[in-house]
Design a binder for this molecule. Structure first.
Ligand code: PMP
Length: 362
């Protein structure tokens, strides 16, 4: 395992690209499909939107904390847990940050499996931990459980596991992941990031939430950004044993939840119609994109998420820029191209653009 103490902010991801506005101006586009940030292409949950619009009327008042309790109770019922097992946060991003703040002390080793969601690196860096970076398996881009376990030392304090993983889109089954997690020493905190769990074929058996009762060193992180289309509202939560939640709450120095987000989240949980539309359309479109790119001879890693990870055999930076004139923005700063699954018209536009680029390059 490669282990290194960071002396300066990590540059694991090279920022690439231009703003949507600038791209539209540069290429004279009316529409630019953003397939770059794994957002919900069907918009916001209509039920959440209605509740949030109504909540705006109360924005002169401080948030009503009894509504946090309503949300916590709802989440507790959904996950068959207790409210004490839940911490509501501004996006999953904050839940991850609070876990880092609560548990990483200077010099602690923290395992990240790469390629990874970049904030994991920043969180370890911010808390003066030492990053231990374990590459995913080369053949299928799945988490290399053996290599991760081999990297555990008596200094290991925290492990980030993202399932399905961003950016590789790959996923371990619930059984595989749980037997891996059980092998960690009990003083190692395992943070399981389930931002994309709803897009898996079998969320109930893939999630680690149902295993929390037997695994007191585990934290599971969820978000309202993807499934319910609330990325701009910043709502997420963590699930763990009350002791861990207690430490994480301590790390949250100031209350930062807002009225609109809380009301939106409460309403979103009842929006079964939107949830089903999102999940089913995503599954169909994931198959469409996977089949199209596979037929063109590109390697598409097996996705269980709302994005795909594709080796186009060329520089992702170049592809990012080459696709912009066609009105499509992908993510080009990971080793391979990460493409959010859009609506059918968006995906078709992307596929046609790739085909056109191939013809031009032949
Ligand atoms: N974890 C992963 C793996 C993500 O990809 C993202 C967002 N892209 C987050 C967490 C953060 O989600 P949120 O919008 O809830 O902060």
């Amino acid at each position: 395992a490669q282990s290194y103490a960071l002396k300066k902010a990590p540059s694991t991801v090279i920022p690439v690209g231009i703003s949507i506005k600038a791209a539209k101006e540069k290429y004279g586009l009316d529409t630019l499909y953003k397939l770059a940030s794994n957002e919900n292409p069907y918009g916001v949950s209509p039920k959440a939107l209605e509740a949030m619009a109504a909540a705006l009327n109360d924005c002169h008042l401080y948030p009503d904390s009894t509504r946090d309790t309503v949300l916590k109770n709802k989440l507790a019922a959904k996950h068959d847990m207790l409210p004490e097992n839940i911490m509501i946060t501004c996006g999953a991003a904050n839940a991850l940050a609070f876990a880092g703040e609560a548990f990483i002390k200077p010099g602690n080793e923290c395992i990240i499996t790469s390629p990874a969601y970049p904030p994991y690196y920043y969180i370890v860096y911010k808390n003066n931990g030492t990053i231990v970076d374990i590459p995913s398996r080369k053949d299928d881009m799945k988490l290399d459980t053996e290599a991760v376990l081999n990297a555990v030392t008596d200094k290991t304090r925290l492990v980030f596991v993202c399932n399905p993983n961003n950016p590789t889109s790959t996923c371990l089954s619930g059984d595989e992941l749980y037997s891996f997690i059980q092998k960690f020493p009990k003083d190692v905190i395992v943070v399981v990031d389930e931002a994309y769990i709803d897009f898996t074929d079998d969320p109930e058996n893939t999630t680690m939430v149902s295993r929390l009762k037997d695994q007191p060193n585990m934290v599971v992180v969820r978000t309202f950004s993807k499934l319910y289309g609330m990325a701009g509202i910043r709502m997420g939560y963590a699930l763990a044993c009350p002791e861990i939640i207690g430490y994480m709450n301590k790390a949250m120095a100031a209350r930062s939840l807002n009225t609109v987000g809380i009301e939106g989240a409460i309403a979103a949980l009842d929006d079964e119609e939107f949830r089903l539309k999102t999940v089913n359309s995503n599954r169909d479109e994931r198959t469409y994109l996977t089949d199209e790119f596979t037929a063109l001879g590109y390697r598409v890693y097996e996705s269980q998420a709302n994005f795909i990870y594709v080796d186009f055999g060329c520089s992702c930076h170049d592809l990012y820029f080459a696709l912009l004139p066609y009105g499509v923005m992908i993510r080009g700063d990971f080793p391979y191209a990460r493409i959010s699954i859009g609506t059918h018209i968006q995906n078709e536009t992307l596929v046609n653009a790739v085909k056109d680029l191939r013809e031009k390059n032949e």
